[in-house]
Design a protein around this ligand. Sequence first.
Ligand code: HAM
Length: 417
Amino acid sequence: MNFQKPPGTQDFLPGTVEKWQYVENKAREVCRRFNFREIRTPIFEATELFRRGVGETTDIVEKEMYTFQDKGDRSITLRPEGTAGVVRSFVENKLYGEPDLTKLYYMGPMFRYERQQAGRYRQFHQFGVEALGAVDPALDAEVIALGYTFYTEVGLKGVTVEINSVGTPAVRAAFRERLLQFLQPIRDKLCKDCQSRMERNPLRVLDCKVDQEHFEGAPSILDSLDEECRTHFAAVQQHLSSMNIPYSINPRLVRGLDYYTHTAFEYKAAGIGAIDTIGGGGRYNGLVADIGGPDQPSVGFGIGLERTVMLLENQQAELPDLHKLDVYVVALGEAAEREATRVLHSLRQHGWSAERDYQGRKMKAQLKSADRLNARYTAILGDDELARGEIALKEMATGEQRMVALDRLCEELAATK
Ligand code: HAM
């Protein structure tokens, strides 16, 4: 029987996984500077949380969730996104009681049963942040800046930021009516998806990739904003400008989740097939109350890590070599092999990464291994060297070799760092 991974999932093998570690380390490092702290929540939650949180009429809840009954007959769903779980935890643990704002980040797998395509998986990984408990537009801008800083520092080129205001629920309801008046007469010209979106979530129609030619003269949500929404949106832009974060306004940007109010934004970049959105987020002032907490306006984003790594690969970005071996220990002869065990362990205890041969191979094959492993040094120990209390240390890049006293190997290596 041949087992294969389920469709839409990936194995991250050594060689690739180092890129992921690099990207994840960068995300943590940027979060540290912005004073966001890590939160880890369960990978599955009560289904009802996502129904309420993400929204009944979203594609995610209608079509894409991995939902099952557990043995206690509870309806459980593998998280399709991170925000709902973080907000649940924020409420359950009463983090809103703290005097300071709650600024959290997370990284981990999310699950959506989606049609497979380049950059779209059924198990994918997000780096997300959520800042809970303030309406200040400076916070929206800070969150946008954090994501942009991450992309820049990880080494991605050509990332743009698009922002929009999706207003308050009241503003959206009024805009929905205006938009439907515009859409009704052209309904038959629109694609099947848009026709069904018109019923469920007309705002998403304007976001359609195939129907854009029909939308000239469509009403803009920006013209429907009330005073409070306009002031907030203008302030977000001022704060972005103060930080020199480049952005453009896209009045047709609507996100696929229902909880957004005011600011909505996306990070975009070309290079992954038909997909250009690599991350997105926005403000969600009603969500905490919607799932049973107090009134705690919040803002956050989710960044797709598959898409980040794919773009880094496409752009042939130079990533640091995270898995480099310091020393490969070659031992020839029985006594030398016993000593090699001690040398190897001592190197590792002193902080060096070190490896040896376990297959009884000849010197030449062992040296080839050292090459394949990208070792900086090879330390060669034969019975003769052992008798003299020495080991031959060869620098692989230069081929330079010298004898070093066995008990000074670690000091010698430290001196060459
Ligand atoms: P989202 O736009 O649904 O937002 O997802 C954010 C990012 O996750 C996407 O831009 C994309 O990079 C990645 N992503 C989504 N689905 C897939 C998939 N099937 N395969 C690969 N990558 C994918 C959210 O999830 C919100 N929770 C973001 C947020 C946080 N808003 C406020 N706080």
